[in-house]
Design a protein around this ligand. Structure first.
Ligand code: GTP
Ligand code: MG
Length: 201
């Protein structure tokens, strides 16, 4: 069988309400996590594009729900969905509440979400906001893959220890957590495999 590859990645739209999400319904893979954890960078790594999704060293870069349409070499299509980060202190309370409400609405809107990647920095224990986000995804019956980001930032010996700590804090098994480095593209082919497998269902 031919290896599955991404042959096209295009930005579709930035949604700010349920109504402004794309009309065309395709399977969706969603990226959630704290501001600055590396959601937009992961989308660029996955699609092999430098700046398909805008990234920044300053938290709070992504402020809308951004849809990217991906085409595989076997012609299957799906969306990668980049969400604004949570836990970002610098925006107003009103603004944060609005985003939270909209994200909540999007995740519950009955779109064809195959699974959600919840990103957690491999160097840190899950924080209160991560635990809350995880619980709310589970409550919605959304399948969750934990992606431990910036794996290039810690040494090989620390790595397993940190993965175990994240696993334990969330109460998930080893198969539900994937280390990823957008700098080294580590985890890329594994994540593509999970995505293509989810499209069949
Ligand atoms: P918001 O849009 O603010 O929610 O942030 P985000 O989660 O989209 O993070 P973004 O992708 O913009 O990355 C934040 C910072 O982390 C940037 O400076 C990236 O270069 C850096 N970064 C992201 N992924 C990695 C990684 O795998 N390794 C390293 N070393 N740095 C990374
Ligand atoms: Mg972002």
């Amino acid at each position: 069988m031919e290896e599955i590859k991404i042959i096209k990645s295009e930005y579709i739209t930035s949604a700010v309400s349920k109504k402004t999400c794309p009309e065309e319904i395709l399977p969706e893979i969603v990226f959630v996590g704290r501001s600055n954890v590396g959601k937009s960078s992961l989308i660029n790594s996955l699609t092999n594009r430098k700046s398909l999704a805008r990234t920044s060293g300053t938290p709070g870069k992504t402020q809308t729900i951004n849809f990217f349409k991906i085409t595989l070499n076997d012609r299957r299509e799906f969306y990668l969905v980049d969400l604004p980060g949570y836990g970002y202190a610098k925006t107003s309370k009103t603004n944060r509440a609005l985003w939270a409400k909209f994200i909540e609405e999007y995740l519950s809107s009955g779109r064809d979400i195959k699974f959600v990647c919840q990103l957690i920095d491999i160097r840190h224990e899950p924080q209160e906001s991560d635990l809350k986000s995880f619980a709310s995804l589970i409550e919605k019956n959304l399948p969750v893959l934990i992606v431990a980001t910036k794996s290039d930032k810690i040494g090989k010996t620390q790595r397993q220890k940190h993965l175990n700590a994240i696993q334990k804090a969330l109460g998930v098994d080893a198969e539900s957590i994937l280390p990823y480095s957008s700098v080294k593209n580590e985890g890329r082919s594994e994540l593509l495999d999970v995505i293509t497998a989810s499209l069949i269902k």
